[in-house]
Ligand binder design. Structure first.
Ligand code: SF4
Ligand code: SF4
Length: 84
C-alpha cells in the first residue's frame, strides 16, 4: 500500500516561488489561483492525490512555509492523549 502524505502551507510565509512545485517528485503541487496570501501571493496547495510525505518540498522551500505529514500504521496511537 503506498504511503500517504499531506502538507500544510503557511500563508504567512509562502511567496509563490514554485520551487517546491518543480521539486515534487509526484507532481502533485500547484499554485492555488483561487486564493491570495496576506502578502498578495498565490500560495501552493496539493492539486492531486499521490503525496507520499517525502518532504522534499519542505527541504527546498526557502521560507520554511511547508509542514509535511505522513500517515503511519500507528497514527491513531500517536494521536491518543498520554496515559495518566
Ligand atoms: S517553495 Fe515555499 S515559498 Fe516557494 S511556493 Fe513553495 S511553499 Fe511557497
Ligand atoms: S511531501 Fe513529497 S510528494 Fe508530498 S507534496 Fe511534498 S514533495 Fe510532493
Amino acid at each position: 500500500m503506498p504511503v500517504k502524505g499531506w502538507i500544510e502551507v503557511s500563508d504567512l510565509y509562502c511567496k509563490g516561488c514554485e520551487l517546491c512545485v518543480h521539486a515534487c517528485p509526484q507532481a502533485v503541487m500547484n499554485l492555488d489561483m483561487e486564493r491570495l496570501t496576506p502578502k498578495g501571493y498565490h500560495p501552493v496547495h496539493l492539486s492531486a492525490e499521490g503525496c507520499t510525505g517525502c518532504a522534499i518540498c519542505a527541504l527546498v522551500c526557502p521560507e520554511a512555509a511547508l509542514t509535511v505529514y505522513r500517515e503511519t500504521p500507528n497514527r491513531a496511537l500517536r494521536a491518543a492523549p498520554a496515559a495518566g
